[in-house]
Design a protein around this ligand. Structure first.
Ligand SMILES: [Zn+2]
Length: 380
């Protein structure tokens, strides 16, 4: 029986998340897990300042005598841009990596230049092999899965980690944060780090061999990097008050940062994917979890969020222009692109993936944790 529509009485997540549950007051399971587990890792307060100072101290000690003490990716989006400013304030010496997958908007290029100039960091721009990225992206469209951003995201992290290993950098700074992205329906997206899934989709639908496109294996990601090389991901934005509007304002006044208008306007493909492909094909509106997170972290009122959700995802002329651009760049017709949007839905688990391995890893972790009585180091 189809479920009747319901929206959380506290945030704005609704039954477009098939796994959402509501309590007697109509408050959703995401809100409950925020109150329970998630908020334990969030320090928008003095304690956060102390914890961050300790961590920064460790990073500086580990980096003594080295060219860089940490590494960070810079997409030109608000989170990573603001993280760059904070990294400068904290006196860290990051190697900043920008991965160009071919979809940078002009504004993103402008913003990255301004930030690097202001911070005086060393920037390494890695341009992915477009022929391979194009082939992978068309393969993903043919596969019909929800997460069409895997190709860009995986390429981004793989590049970052390969640089970290090459330069022997132990600390990876990440702009991920609880303040604006604590809520996300698990069923909407499969992890971009799953190279088994990526390679399976490419084997089935790709046409060119991947020679330059690097991937990260399950073993590297969960075992080799964290446990053998001792690499650690640090999310500084979770240890300070992080308010999106204030961060944007500070970027504007400090470096002359220019706003994109729509979320993820730094990549034309991501904008098209999030504001058209996902909502039209799967009914997922990524603004919803984003706004829900911001309600929970107290940066927006629920009625303002509801008002924002009523705005159109795309202005018709923008959509027309972006759709033509995406199709042209991918070397397919607009009709073909549109056919992928309306084709029968497919899910990542219809292709080989890392779920079984992941289940085994979690079982081993739980066993070791019971024996050691402490949390195992690694990635969640
Ligand atoms: Zn909720």
């Amino acid at each position: 029986m189809p479920r009747s529509y319901q929206i959380c009485s506290r945030c704005v997540l609704d039954t477009t998340d098939p796994d959402i549950e509501f309590d007697a007051e109509g408050v959703c399971s995401h809100c409950r897990s925020f109150d329970g587990e998630i908020s334990k890792h969030w320090y928008p307060n003095e304690r956060g300042g102390e914890l961050l100072a300790d961590k920064v101290g460790q990073i500086k000690v580990a980096g003594r005598g080295k060219r860089f003490d940490c590494i960070m990716g810079l997409s030109g989006g608000v989170d990573s841009s603001y993280l760059a400013l904070k990294t400068k304030e904290l006196g860290l010496r990051p190697l900043v990596v920008h991965v160009d997958a071919g979809w940078n908007s002009e504004l993103a290029v402008h913003n990255i230049e301004r930030i690097i100039e202001h911070c005086g960091f060393e920037l390494y721009t890695h341009v992915l092999n477009w022929n391979e990225v194009r082939d992978l992206q068309v393969a993903y469209l043919k596969s019909g899965v929800a997460n069409q951003d895997v190709v860009q995201d995986h390429g981004f992290f793989a590049t970052l980690y390969h640089f970290a290993v090459k330069e022997k950098i132990k600390y990876v700074l990440n702009g991920g944060n609880i303040a604006t992205e604590s809520v996300f329906p698990r069923s909407w997206h499969h992890a971009a780090m799953d190279a088994i899934n990526l390679r399976a989709i490419h084997r089935r639908f790709g046409t060119v061999a991947l020679k330059d496109y690097k991937t990260i294996s399950f073993f590297e990601y969960y075992v080799y990097y964290p446990m053998i090389l001792g690499m650690e991901v640090v999310r500084p934005l979770n240890f300070m008050p992080y308010n999106k509007a204030a961060a944007l304002q500070s970027l504007k006044t400090t470096v002359g940062y220019k706003e994109y208008g729509r979320k993820h306007g730094e990549s034309v493909f991501t904008k098209f994917f999030q504001n058209y492909y996902l909502p039209k094909r799967f009914g997922y509106d990524k603004r919803r979890p984003h706004l829900a997170s911001m309600i929970l972290s107290g940066q927006i009122r629920r009625d303002d969020a509801l008002r924002q959700l009523e705005e159109p995802l795309y202005e018709p002329e923008d959509l027309h222009r972006d759709r033509e651009y995406v199709a042209l760049k991918l070397g397919i017709s607009v009709d073909e692109l549109e056919n992928y949007v309306v084709a029968p839905k497919r899910y990542y688990h219809e292709y080989p993936n890392w779920d079984r391995l992941y289940g085994k890893l979690k079982a081993v972790q739980a066993r070791v944790q019971r024996i050691l009585g402490s949390k195992m180091k690694g990635y969640s």
